[in-house]
Ligand binder design. Sequence first.
Ligand code: TXA
Ligand code: MG
Length: 322
Amino acid sequence: MKRSTEIGTDILRAANELRNGELVAIPTETVYGLAGNALERESVIKIFEAKNRPQFDPLIVHTYASSEFEKYADFDPRILNWIDQLSPGPITYILKKKTVIPDLVTSGHDTVGLRIPRHPMTLELLKSLDFPLAAPSANPFGYVSPTRASHVKDQLDGRLPYILDGGDAEVGIESTIIDLSGERPAVLRLGGFDLSELEKVFEQKLDDIRLSSSQPNAPGMLHSHYAPGVQLSKLPIAELKEQFPEKHIGALRFSTYSEELPQEAQIILSESGSITEAAQRLFMCLRQLDKTNWDVVSVEFAPEKGLGLAINDRLTRATHQQ
Ligand code: TXA
Ligand code: MG
């Protein structure tokens, strides 16, 4: 039998496991990552295997300061002005990669995603290492991202020795991905950083190339993703009741209970109507759906502004039929 995964707050232990080529789950402000030495192919292979992740989907490389970026990427130093205003924080920067980053990390692309996560334990861990950490979200491929240590253990137990417990993720939704490798900055994935705030720092509208072709630009952005085991639907409750009279219908709602179902059949993202809280709770609520006996869940979307855009992006993928 595989050794079961331990959860703890021992940063030295985490560092030693990583130095030995093992994987460690790390807390970040967005979601927990499944980390390994980004410069060692063997560790990176372990990440793909532990997640069952296809190798066409590149990994983000985490480091503690923008002064480290020049080791791993080539870029115009003027962009550090933007990066330093935004970091640490829920953003990933796509830059031209240097050869120290194994091709496996970037799935053969000539760019690498670099990110400085805003979590004190992980920043301390990164400072104590002499290599950066490749880390995708610490969930099996295609499933909901983990926002607390126990979520990682629930799904990846035995596949890594240690989970560094940094409490509940503060933002709850993965980083916003900005491509800085082209002529103009462009958004590849909506995420935990409000786009309009980003545009203030960049002092320009950002090109949005998420949906410009059938081929997802951020290679992991498949149409169906973040899918819990339960069937999620965009249809309103009344329509689901009509279509599936024999089935247990549930609802995932933004802030208010619907009159059309008993309250026990509904999960609310934020009772106070806060978009920030809804983002924080989103993945946990999607996990909760798997613990119910509901057959079909009617999903209400968030208001289309700020983090609501990123929430709705995840909900759209979660409702997409395989
Ligand atoms: O918040 C986050 O970004 C979390 C935490 C752990 O940092 N990480 C995360 O990783 O969400 P992951 O692997 O679940 O999603 C990363 C996505 C990939 O699916 C891919 O689309 C994109 O980042 N990506 C990574 N490197 C890229 C590159 N060179 N070019 C384009 N997209 C890239
Ligand atoms: Mg992921």
